[in-house]
Design a protein around this ligand. Structure first.
Ligand SMILES: Nc1ncnc2c1ncn2[C@@H]1O[C@H](COP(=O)(O)OP(=O)(O)OP(=O)(O)O)[C@@H](O)[C@H]1O
Ligand SMILES: O=P(O)(O)OC[C@H]1O[C@H](OP(=O)(O)OP(=O)(O)O)[C@H](O)[C@@H]1O
Ligand SMILES: [Mg+2]
Length: 282
């Protein structure tokens, strides 16, 4: 049985449960459940604090975890990212009152408040800057107003929290993060049950990113049409009852679907349809 750590709270938990559900796995019905077994898929899910997940996975007690890249790096645990999942995207940045600093070099001798001490201490050391780090559990934006620190380093998604606190980011982004699947460093990712789990999640990612497109076109236009919709391998082309016409079917990126439909129409394709993909194995 594959043992998987899943975030129990916070920004990662809802989208992670949704993705696992779309991948066909049973999920907990009630937010207080700490673990569930999915006997059909031979998987056991452990609902853990996102911050602790890399530690459990690095200990080898759990096979796989879903967490944030920033939380993985911050933990310093012996685990590595094996698949990015595209949700809970954020950047990790320094911020302060306008005019306080322009880059990491200006932080020498100053105090930085953060919930991600591991990332900040590592970044300061890599930059050769000697500054103090104060660890706070959350709401770090307020630390400046209350005089605990002159600078903060925190997760920025929309930037609303910083604006509300009258703060501005400065310097280069320290890191870009998103939800990731992790495994103990050096553990065998080729293991069949691990590969099956990854294929299912990849299937969800593809189903979310692509749509299926169908259309009819004249044989003379086929090469031009196929150039617009090359598909993943190659499009399916079937004869129509009307001589001189073919039906074409190919996967296209969902974001580009409307533009591709316009271009196909321009070259004479008709009956152009897109349909959602619910699941897939490439
Ligand atoms: N707006 C956001 N706020 C916080 N974390 C976010 C946000 N957007 C994405 N994330 C990502 O979610 C993960 C943080 O998980 P965590 O459970 O600590 O989140 P949280 O939403 O801050 O929860 P809590 O504040 O209840 O602890 C990180 O990987 C972070 O990059
Ligand atoms: O750029 P934004 O869209 O405003 O999102 C980023 C903010 O959200 C998180 O805080 P959260 O709500 O999790 O509170 P916390 O600081 O107590 O963890 C994070 O720590 C930032 O403060
Ligand atoms: Mg938070």
């Amino acid at each position: 049985m594959l043992r998987i750590a899943v975030p129990n709270k916070g920004s990662l938990s809802g989208p992670a449960a949704e993705m696992l559900h779309e991948a066909g796995y049973q999920q907990r019905r009630e937010s207080k459940e700490l673990r569930i077994v999915d006997p059909v898929n031979e998987v056991e899910f452990f609902y853990l604090r996102p911050r602790d997940i890399a530690i459990y996975v690095s200990s080898g007690r759990l096979d796989i975890g879903i967490t944030g890249r920033d939380l993985l790096v911050d933990s310093g645990a012996d685990a590595e990212e094996i698949l990015p999942l595209g949700f809970a995207r954020s950047t990790f940045r320094f911020a302060a009152k306008p005019g306080t600093a322009t880059g990491v070099a200006d932080l020498k001798g100053r105090t930085v408040a953060t919930s991600y001490e591991g990332i900040v201490a590592g970044h300061l050391a890599d930059s050769g800057v000697d500054a103090s780090v104060v660890h706070l559990d959350g709401a770090v934006e307020t630390a400046i107003e209350l005089g605990v620190a002159e600078v903060i380093a925190d997760v920025v998604e929309t930037g609303t929290s910083l604006r509300n606190a009258g703060l501005e980011v400065f310097g280069e982004p320290i890191m870009k993060s998103e939800a990731v699947v992790i495994r103990r460093t050096g553990a065998d990712v080729e293991e069949p049950k691990v590969q099956q789990f990854l294929r299912r999640l990849q299937g969800v990612l593809v189903a979310r990113t692509y749509v299926m497109m169908d259309y009819d076109c004249r044989v003379e236009q086929l090469e031009k049409a196929v150039a617009l919709t090359p598909g993943l391998e190659s499009p399916t082309v079937s004869p129509l009852h009307n001589e001189g016409w073919v039906a074409v079917r190919a996967m296209v990126p969902a974001k580009e679907a409307q533009r591709i439909m316009d271009d196909l129409y321009e070259i004479g394709a008709r009956a152009i349809l897109t349909t959602a993909i619910h699941a897939c194995r490439l």
